[in-house]
Design a binder for this molecule. Structure first.
Ligand code: NAG
Ligand code: NAG
Length: 121
């Protein structure tokens, strides 16, 4: 009697949890997709190639830490934050690529970057 009751409870929990669990990554995905050029208050020129490359850095950085605040901080001020620089470091982005990304930020952001530069120019 007790046993079958527990099974029923488990089944109910299972049915409730499945949609919840499947909804979670989807929502996170939607959250990240939603941030765009205008949300980030970028004042430069919108170049899709450049923007998505920068966005990708923050995406990868977030995947590494699974921390929503990292995701948000990385994109802060239109990628012009020390967090973006930290993400480049932890993702082991090579210095040639960093110079390229710095150029991208300059174009997209419309102002010179201020994140710590490891590459002398
Ligand atoms: C995903 O984001 C879009 C754009 O903001 C929104 O219209 C849509 O309802 C969201 N979908 C879910 C499942 O949250
Ligand atoms: C965007 O940037 C890429 C990479 O630097 C460049 O090849 C492309 O011509 C640019 N597109 C526009 C529309 O400016």
């Amino acid at each position: 009697m007790m046993c079958s009751r527990n099974i029923k409870i488990s089944v109910v929990l299972f049915l409730v949890l499945i949609p919840l669990i499947t909804a979670l990554p989807h929502n996170n995905h939607n959250l990240s997709k939603r941030s765009n050029f205008f949300d980030l208050e970028c004042k430069g020129i919108f170049n899709k190639t450049m923007f998505f490359r920068l966005d990708r850095i923050c995406e990868d950085c977030y995947q590494l830490f699974r921390e929503t605040s990292i995701h948000r901080l990385c994109k802060k001020n239109c990628f012009d934050s020390k967090w973006f620089g930290e993400c480049l470091k932890v993702l082991l982005i090579p210095s040639e690529e960093i110079s390229k990304l710095q150029h991208f930020i300059k174009v997209i952001n419309g102002s010179p970057i201020s994140f710590p530069q490891s590459v002398p120019t």
